[in-house]
Design a protein around this ligand. Sequence first.
Ligand code: MIC
Ligand code: SF4
Length: 640
Amino acid sequence: MGQTIAQKIISAHLVSGEMKPGQEIALRIDQTLTQDATGTMAYLEFEAIGIPRVKTKLSVAYIDHNTLQSGFENADDHLYIQTAAKKYGIRFSRPGNGICHQVHLERFGVPGMTLIGSDSHTPTCGGIGMLAMGAGGLDVAVAMGGGAYYITMPKMIKVELTGRLSPWVSAKDVSLELLRILSVKGGVGAVVEWGGEGVATLSVPERATITNMGTEVGATTSIFPSDEVTRAFLKAQGREKDYTPLQSDPDAEYDRVIHIDLSTLAPLLACPHSPDNVKPVTELAGTPIQQVCIGSCTNSSLRDMLRVAAILKGKTVCDGVSLSVSPGSRQVFSMLSDCGALSDMINAGARILECACGPCIGMGFSPNSGGVSLRTFNRNFEGRSGTRDASVYLVSPEVAAASALTGHITDPRTLGEYPSVTLPSAFAVCDSAILMPAPPEEAEQLTVRRGPNIHPVPVGAPLQDRITAQLTLKVGDNITTDHIMPAGAKILPYRSNIPYLSRFCFAVCDEQFAERAKAAGSSVIVGGVNYGQGSSREHAALVPMYLGVRAVVAKSFARIHAANLINAGILPLTFEDPDDYDRLAQGDELELRDVRQGLACGRILLHDKTRGTDIPLVAAFTKRQADILLAGGLLPYTKG
Ligand code: MIC
Ligand code: SF4
């Protein structure tokens, strides 16, 4: 039988397991990336594992998230990562060099290779045919040490593209259309492969926008074929040698095929507070706005920026709107400057920000209270912008620029002729902000610099056979890691200080949670479907572990978060009967009995002492996962 693109890459990297959907497989990882918000913890974990130098083909440490530096903490993290990178054999992309996914696509991604990154939007490199997946920091640390990466063998979803995008409609609208079809959980357990004749009409940056936002449907990853468009992109980056063609076989089989005719798409937007709350722009046209933010790893390529500049050229941003533009990389920034497009944006009134995540992760540029903000980003979860009562809409760069000019949500097709933009045949390549590691003989002498905010990695205790705990929090469906462990300028500096960070755990849902969990000593959280969607941040597991959370019982879990919980030694359990969710209430005293035996047979009984009821839970773990849980997490398990 023929193979899909992902199946080809998986079979070439398979270390163990059977390629049957639902089975656990282990993959050899060629490349890793980290960013600074998850990177400090990942390198602390790498150090805790105790391997002197990375064993991957390439590992890169990026600084792109915590660049505000409103205290010493971020700068100390940067120095820690820089010195660790130099010592352990990792390239270091300096602050200001760009957003990890954009830079990795430009400078390092290779079709056919595997990449894991401690950031959920790592699938961006699927735009050039790489099997690129987001993972928790500890999984990345293990892969840097030469260990395999374990995933559940995914199902295959194919999106068959026909036609060509109409003027003013762009790749973001394709992503939003998929979110409309699949919702934020429709891709869980699957790889989304993009194919069909429409693929050839999309440039690599457009493909990367689409694979980037595939994270929002919950997919393991998303991938495009590697074709002549890919070759041209790599050639323009001076990396044609990295090109290999990659297509699915004509007789490859898919679990589901979705058809999208590009020519029928119209500009779309995602309404507050979820990326799948998708509507046509025409439905909301005229809504007054106060802020527009253009950038993020979804829409910050040269293609997007040139398009925005062309729309703004010779015009002025509306009085009532504050417009920010953050180019995705230094390469994009300098090319915008060289061709004059940067001046077009500046003269129109745009506020140019650093090449970094910035407003996307609440690092500055929070909207006004009750404000309406249009963002070309990938997530509009409640509170993520830093303003609790803001309404954030996700839009394409075209909709963003058009609306910045008018002051209200605007269908860009009303602007007239679509400015044409051609990508250069050669990008201005300059890797001066990417530092090389020290050679092994020098590396041994180097010391890693640890600032006072950098605390040791918390390590879990071996699993108890009988867990007595209080149900300290009951939440609903689609709880994001931004709910569990919020980010933003005030909290992000403490990613390497778990005791301090723990004060903010679940603060978006319930400000008392952290205190309550601490007082209870041992607790269980109950959630609905798709618990833990969104970011790959392992802090959403490490912090609950620190607060004494022993198990999360939910209707279903998002992939990376479930893995992070196991890695932290917390049991992710699902209801055998989802209706049992209604039989539990916050404050109930619970008991999980015969946990060891339950792990072996796949079923654990939850006894509610307050109500005198028993609730059966699914504990479907592989032998490896059960052993990790028994050891108290991946770190004690790996160290033996
Ligand atoms: C995000 O977009 O939420 C982040 C910040 O990039 C996260 C990583 C993190 O929390 O540090 C992600 O997507 O994984
Ligand atoms: Fe950065 Fe936002 Fe992309 Fe996350 S989604 S990597 S915060 S730009």
